[in-house]
Design a protein around this ligand. Structure first.
Ligand code: 6GU
Length: 226
């Protein structure tokens, strides 16, 4: 999978993909991520990429021209499966969307700033709009990092069998069960006996029960989703 990201703050996206699982995904050649500074397509020598909004009101809007030129140029080199705009008024990102996106070859992510991007870019270029939750961030970069991470770890070969995404919380609309490691007794707090006995079938049953219990008490809404 290849992911291009258009941003005014490429520096913000340097670190997130250079550690741990995202680093490994790239080293294995399973994922490539390339950021592009929108200023490269600025309309003048002042490096302008935003302007006041028509109709008045506080806050700048990211202009059509730099974005359109950036997207046009990138599209010459690649056919994108989706052009995704990260925005608080997009559809809320979840595991189902991550699974869906992980099947594609090429994605283009656009990070918004200020008041957002000119509506005409959304109409003409953007094929999908994603929010990562009901709160407002100062820009789409951190949201883009989250989306790339959630997708990247699902790519075949990125996770080992033991850490397989099949067992994640949310993968079957259930939260993950509690986990324990040594010592078996920590300041008098004991690990559930069943996990110490070594009967894989019983462990499996216990984990499933715990998953259901957790989901019922913490996220009953998940049990209603199809
Ligand atoms: Cl994708 N962008 C911004 N700026 N704020 C957000 C968001 C995205 N998702 C939730 N809040």
């Amino acid at each position: 999978m290849h992911i291009d990201i258009i941003t005014v703050l490429p520096e913000l996206l340097e670190s997130p993909f250079n550690h741990s699982i995202m680093k490994r995904a790239q080293e294995k050649g399973l994922l490539t991520v390339q950021t592009y500074n929108l200023r490269k397509w600025a309309i003048n020598k002042h490096m302008q990429i935003d302007d006041y909004q028509f109709g008045g009101g506080a806050g700048m809007v990211m202009m059509c021209e730099p974005l359109a030129n950036a997207i046009d140029e990138l599209q010459q080199g690649r056919k994108y499966d989706e052009i995704i705009y990260l925005t608080p008024d997009g559809k809320t990102f979840n595991q189902k969307t991550a699974n869906h996106l992980s099947l594609f070859n090429n994605l283009l992510l656009i990070c918004g700033h200020y008041k957002g991007i000119d509506e005409r870019i959304r109409e003409q270029y953007v094929t999908m709009e994603i929010s990562i939750g009901d709160y407002v961030l100062s820009g789409g970069e951190l949201a883009a990092a989250i989306v790339v991470d959630a997708i990247g770890r699902l790519l075949p070969g990125v996770l080992s069998d033991e850490t397989s995404a099949l067992f994640d919380s949310f993968q079957d609309n259930l939260l993950a069960p509690p986990v324990y490691t040594r010592p078996a007794d920590f300041r008098g707090k004991k690990v559930p006996e069943i996990l110490l006995q070594g009967d894989p079938k019983k462990v499996e049953e216990w984990r499933h029960e715990q998953s259901l219990l957790r989901t019922k008490t913490r996220r009953p809404d998940l049990l209603d989703e199809e």
